[in-house]
Write a protein that binds this ligand. Structure first.
Ligand SMILES: O=C1O[C@H](COP(=O)(O)O)[C@@H](O)[C@H](O)[C@H]1O
Length: 336
């Protein structure tokens, strides 16, 4: 019997940031895996503000200047459409969550196309929380009719160990908001086994991933140690957590498994499973979506200087051989 029987029922670095390139095109995005390499950028995109100008930036914690040259405080982002290169990290700031959702849909569609062309499969890892509501555009045209949904393989960065139809379930959130509206084969949606304890569920999920590596649905990283997903989509909690990796929790430094369990999550529900940090950092593309003022304090720390290990887990996301993009709205970057 297939391991994934549940789904079958479908049930920073800071310094030396350099302005390298500026573009008025929102399609300047250049994901890892697409032709053209893995350039990284920091920029601001606002569809309804295409006339906005690029403002100079001198780096994380650097000084922003207005077009007139007046200095008015540290900024690493600028209003308008711009693309600025920073090694390994792209920050895209949007006028609105709707604009962000439009660009996120383009980003996911582009990566899906690249992966399907290269390997006839697209492995995408979802998170829970506010992320799913920003992905709604994918359920509309032109994405609905043009994405090769049959090639999608959907996983979770973390899951709450609750029944799959429970309101706290990240699977249910994604099912209601996205998966039930697009034609992904039910057997390609890899939910956790909600009948197991957290530890068993984590082991079971990792085993399932390893079986998919054997079937060539998933790849391993260059070292052959961790899965190399095409895309991992993450949210960042107001405390700086990602997936179910919370500040100062021992799981943040766990490296001996791909998937781990937690039974004392500071954010309810307490029992969860999560990808470990090295499994996340082995991905080809990782994207954070951070919206709202509640994320501003921690986003400032993510792009700021060094911190004690584990204080802001989101700061530890740094793909080993991949690309990281942050999608943020203006309130989220207000303190940068
Ligand atoms: O508990 C969780 O929280 C994070 C962040 O959620 P957000 O609503 O603040 O964006 C989420 O990414 C994770 O998957 C979820 O289990």
């Amino acid at each position: 019997m297939e391991r994934w029987s549940v789904s079958a029922t479908l049930a920073p670095r800071a310094p030396n940031f350099e302005l390298v390139r500026a573009s008025s095109s929102k399609r300047s995005f250049n994901p890892k895996g697409s032709r053209g390499g893995s350039s990284s950028s920091v920029g601001v995109v606002g569809r309804r503000n295409s006339a906005s100008r690029v403002v100079s930036s001198t780096g994380f914690g650097g000084v922003r200047a207005s077009a007139s040259g007046r200095r008015f405080g540290p900024r690493i982002w600028a209003m308008g459409t711009s693309t600025q290169i920073k090694d390994g990290v792209e920050l895209k700031v949007f006028e609105s969550v709707q604009d962000l959702g439009d660009d996120l849909a383009d980003y996911v569609a582009a990566l899906s196309k690249c992966a399907v062309e290269a390997r006839a499969a697209f492995s995408i890892v979802l998170s829970g929380g506010s992320l799913i509501s920003t992905m709604g555009k994918l359920t509309e045209e032109p994405y609905l009719g043009s994405i090769d949904w049959a090639r999608w393989h959907v996983f979770w960065a973390d899951e709450r160990v609750v029944p799959l139809d429970h309101p706290d379930s990240n699977y249910k959130l994604a099912l209601d908001g996205l998966l039930s509206k697009v034609p992904i084969p039910p057997g390609n949606v890899y939910a956790i086994n909600d009948k197991l304890s957290p530890q068993k569920a984590a082991e079971d999920y990792e085993l399932g991933l390893k079986q998919l590596v054997k079937k060539n649905v998933l790849r391993l990283d260059e070292a052959g140690e961790y899965p190399r997903f095409d895309l991992i989509l993450l949210g960042m909690g107001p405390d700086g957590h990602l997936a179910s990796l919370f500040p100062h929790h021992p799981l943040v430094s766990k490296t001996d498994t791909w998937v781990a369990s937690i039974e004392d999550s500071p954010k309810p529900p307490p029992e969860r499973i999560t990808l470990t940090l090295p499994a996340i950092n082995a991905a080809e593309n990782v994207a954070f979506v951070a919206t709202g003022s509640g994320k501003a304090d921690k986003l400032k720390l993510v792009f700021g200087g060094d911190l004690p290990f584990g204080e802001v887990p989101a700061k530890l996301v740094s793909p080993v051989s991949g690309k990281l993009v942050w999608f943020a709205d203006k309130p989220a970057v207000a303190k940068l």
